[in-house]
Design a protein around this ligand. Sequence first.
Ligand code: HAM
Length: 438
Amino acid sequence: MSEESRSGVDPAVFRAPVGTHDVLPPESDRWVRAVAAFADRARRFGFGLVVTPVFEHVEVFQRVGASTDVVRKEMYEFEDKGGRRLALRPEGTAPVVRAYVQHRPAVPWKVWYLAPHFRYERPQKGRYRQHWQLGAEVLGVDDPEVDVEVIALAHGFYRDLGLGRVRLLLNSMGDAQSRPAFVAALRGYLLTHGADFGDDFRARVEQNPLRVLDAKNEEWQDVIERAPQLTEYLSDDAVAHFEAVQQGLTSLGITYELAPRLVRGFDYYTATTFEFVSDALDAAQNAVGGGGRYDQLAEDMGGPPTPSIGFGIGIERVLIACDAELGEGAAAPRVDVFVVDALGGGAATVLVAELREAGVSADRAYGGRSMKAQSKLADRSGARYAVILGAREAEHDAVAVKDLRASEATQGEVPRREVVGYLRQALERDRRPKSYEI
Ligand code: HAM
């Protein structure tokens, strides 16, 4: 009998959909650490958290990339029961700008986010249909110092995680004055030199020749290599802005490589664009983050002129890069103390409550398990100490404390009323760097 007919359900349905994944402990501990590092850095840089809906009206995203694959082919679009056309967030900048235009906060508006993103892509390692991004945006400032600050925020985050093999690629997409002349020159060049490449090529060139520059198609690469470069067409203002960004990065000791063909996947980019790539990852998914200026987008959504810049960082890719560079980190201990209870009643309930209130992470077994089973759970919990509530010790109001990491089994008695303070001190001592010890 098949599994389906026995239980009446199709097991394939009760799995995470293709291209999505569950994040479970202890893997999720690494998420917590990455998110906490980013949140802390963003706070120090003066950014506040922004949370926008997971879906928006489809037009919000059409604004950002009518000629891009992410918007044309990969969006999760649907009609809700009220007949509205909506889409799950494929990228994070458009919702932030939509929120800015709607609420008109004072500028500079410096915000960061943590959000799931949805793209109907062909799944592979590092490329998913739902991925998570940490991002930051600054709206309302055109000063190149802001470009430097935003790039430094991302750069510092990779360093916080211990990633050393991340390179920064930098380009300028030019401004409203420089772009049209370049686009016209590029279109002319591509139509002449790619005349044999067929309808798909032609259609892309007609719609937005910049999109061809980041195309992966092997046959086109020779022609793309020799195409005119945007940096040759920059206006004086655009050149001055780009040079100021480079100087600022240099003054902070942030190294970068100029990447004249870096166009990035959205139509909204203007001026500074950048990408962080990890040499520890396969080239097809080596971008661990990217962003740039989008000086026109707020106006395109009906807002006031608002020059802006930001970036998005893929959490899954960053963690894959950490695995590749630093090795898969051992699972972090989940708790500091495990309470083993031979007394029954509420003794363990009270002790774990006291420990947790005192700031010590503590866990216990449930369901009246045997001492042997509880000891096994204590070992598996990764706890540093076990507290054993035993009958013999209880006779003189004491508990046994066992150091689970000591090479020899060391177990001592501690008065019950002192055990919380005793464990706090012991854990504090363990955490103190050795050089501080007298
Ligand atoms: P993006 O380059 O499309 O930019 O995505 C940002 C980052 O998200 C990528 O560098 C990559 O790490 C990760 N990522 C993208 N797609 C996937 C996927 N299918 N699976 C796993 N990770 C992925 C943006 O989305 C812009 N909104 C960034 C931005 C913010 N520009 C200005 N402000």
